[in-house]
Design a protein around this ligand. Structure first.
Ligand SMILES: [Zn+2]
Length: 188
């Protein structure tokens, strides 16, 4: 269900309207369902100003929320605070196309950033979701540092249990100080 809905007639009559929403953990959890992220239990906030510009609505918002993301190194879940500002222009669906139907204009980046609305409402849920996700880095890491658990666990094991791919490397390392340079073959 949509949580962040703006009523266009209200914005048009006021010309400018401020909104304050709470971002409920439940909403965040559902919004992140098809990602690797979850939601912390603390609610976030969405504050925005919507301005009426003819039939277009310009929104400037700030979303603050705490996601739960897996650490790229140790895979532990970390609470990841996100604070993101965004600006989004909404134009009525159809109107822009009608106005510009005969023009063969190439789409500018500005055009691509337009969203369209239908009817009397603007639903911001998708915009908020996308902005929050984009604020999480590709490889989030535990803020206080952490070790790769498989390597840490491996190194703690007694020597005789160390088998597998890394065991060969350890044997090689042991040989290095005493290894003699090879002199090459003598039969040529
Ligand atoms: Zn970590």
């Amino acid at each position: 269900m949509s949580a962040f809905v703006l009523a266009i007639p209200e914005i048009e009559s006021a010309k400018e309207k401020k909104y304050s929403f709470a971002i409920a953990p439940q909403w965040l959890r559902e919004a992140m369902e098809d990602t690797d992220f979850g939601a912390a239990e603390t609610p976030g906030s969405l504050d925005l100003v919507a301005r009426s510009m003819g039939h277009d609505i310009l929104t400037e918002g700030r979303a603050v929320a705490t996601l739960r993301v897996p650490c790229a190194r140790c895979n532990e879940e970390i609470d990841w605070p996100v604070d993101v500002a965004f600006t989004q222009l909404f134009v009525p669906r159809g109107a822009y196309r009608e106005q510009h139907e005969d023009e063969e204009v190439e789409l500018t980046p500005e055009d691509l950033e337009r969203e369209t609305y239908v009817g009397d409402e603007i639903v911001l849920d998708t915009i908020v979701r996308e902005n929050l996700i984009l604020e999480v880095p590709m490889t989030p890491r535990c803020p206080d540092g952490c070790a790769d658990p498989t390597i840490a666990e491996y190194l703690d094991r007694p020597r005789e249990e160390k088998k597998g791919a890394l065991a060969g490397l350890l044997d090689l390392k042991d040989q290095l100080p005493s290894a003699k340079p090879s002199k090459g073959k003598k039969d040529n």
